[in-house]
Design a protein around this ligand. Structure first.
Ligand SMILES: CC(C)(COP(=O)(O)OP(=O)(O)OC[C@H]1O[C@@H](n2cnc3c(N)ncnc32)[C@H](O[C@H]2O[C@H](COP(=O)(O)OP(=O)(O)OP(=O)(O)O)[C@@H](O)[C@H]2O)[C@@H]1O)[C@@H](O)C(=O)NCCC(=O)NCCS
Ligand code: ADE
Length: 287
């Protein structure tokens, strides 16, 4: 399709229930991707000894109404406190479903904010045509509150790790309008799909692009700065060598996955960012 034709395409009418469904499917897109370095897939637990594919499926099922609810809140122009309440309640449902295991806390936050942003764009325009509209709505509607929130002292592992090492936390990424998501993950996914990679290859390629640049607090929490730098170097090399499109793309990804398991590394923040890019590809008429 030409650029002009793309510009002229009207976004399809998108109800908030469809945004919620897209988020649930995006979490499944991420979970079902294999191989994945250190992360849980449907068939292996990666670097985790307390969760597997079933734990994630239970969590995903428990979250399915949350994403539609928070999209509806965004559609209604709700303030940040309402979104935060929805997120906290969803986190409680996740922990009940997984018996206390943190499967999706980062996704509840990140995909929740994106669903709310999609709801706001749908109210204003009827549908979402371009990823930039989501970023603009996020910053305009809740950017101020997110910046205030990012200055609070977190007592959670990710926040503590970010402070200790001077990294950009999940809250700070959100306050800045998710730069890694919009400037790295979405362009990587778009480019891979346009080059004709399969959806699985495109997601794998995107995951590595994200790992190469994200201050992933899960990696630093488990492996210190050394673990984070090791993972970023491995991802950069993989991308420079041709990523998932190279003939040995899957084998090399498997070798990196084995290395991460030996080191107990798990890029949970990159996994959330991949799921968020998959959500955007599902709700935007033009990716
Ligand atoms: C704002 C919150 C997200 C709090 O964040 P904070 O940074 O204070 O602390 P954590 O909750 O510990 O970390 C945030 C999670 O975000 C993911 N993440 C990590 N780095 C980044 C990054 N640079 N950018 C974006 N996202 C990032 C990551 O989530 C994923 O990993 C988790 C699983 O990993 P695992 O290794 O098993 O983790 P643990 O159990 O913690 O440790 P172990 O002992 O096992 O090693 C999983 O959650 C993934 O999704 C970080 O975990 C937020 O908590 C908050 O305020 N929530 C309530 C409000 C809300 O959700 N509102 C929504 C709308 S406003
Ligand atoms: N598949 C996965 N494995 C481990 N942590 C994650 N956080 C988000 N998705 C994950």
């Amino acid at each position: 399709m030409t650029a002009v034709a793309r510009q002229e395409r009207a976004p399809a009418k998108l109800p908030t229930a469809a945004i919620g469904r897209a988020a649930t499917l995006a979490l499944y897109d991420e979970l079902s991707l294999a191989p994945k370095p250190g992360l849980v897939t449907l068939t292996d637990s990666g670097s985790h000894d307390d969760m597997d594919g079933h734990t994630f499926m239970r969590s995903l099922f428990a979250l399915r109404h949350y994403f539609a609810e928070i999209a509806a809140a965004g559609f209604q122009g709700a303030g940040f406190a309402v979104l935060e309440r929805c997120g906290i309640d969803a986190e409680a449902r996740m922990l009940a479903a997984t018996v206390g295991i943190n499967t999706h806390r980062g996704s509840i936050f990140m995909l929740g904010l994106l669903c709310a942003s999609a709801g706001a764009v749908v109210r204003e325009r009827g549908g979402v045509s371009h990823p930039a509209q989501l970023r603009e709505a996020l910053v305009r509607c809740w950017g101020g509150a997110l910046s205030v929130r990012a200055m609070r002292t977190s007592t959670l592992p990710g926040g503590i790790t970010a402070r200790r090492h001077g990294l950009r936390s999940a809250s700070e990424e959100a306050a800045m309008g998710f730069p890694v998501l919009f400037d790295t993950a979405v362009p990587a996914l778009r480019s891979a799909l346009h080059r004709g990679l399969t959806p699985q290859q495109a997601r794998l390629d995107t995951l590595f692009h994200v790992m190469a640049v994200l201050d992933d607090c899960n990696l630093a929490h488990r492996g210190g700065l050394e673990g984070l730098c090791h993972a970023q170097r491995a991802a950069r090399r993989y991308v420079e060598e041709g990523g998932a499109a190279q003939p040995e793309g899957i084998q090399k990804a498997k070798a990196i996955a084995d290395d991460f398991v030996l080191r107990r590394l798990s890029p949970g923040g990159a996994a959330d960012t991949l799921a968020a890019a998959c959500l955007i590809s599902r709700v935007c008429a033009d990716l």
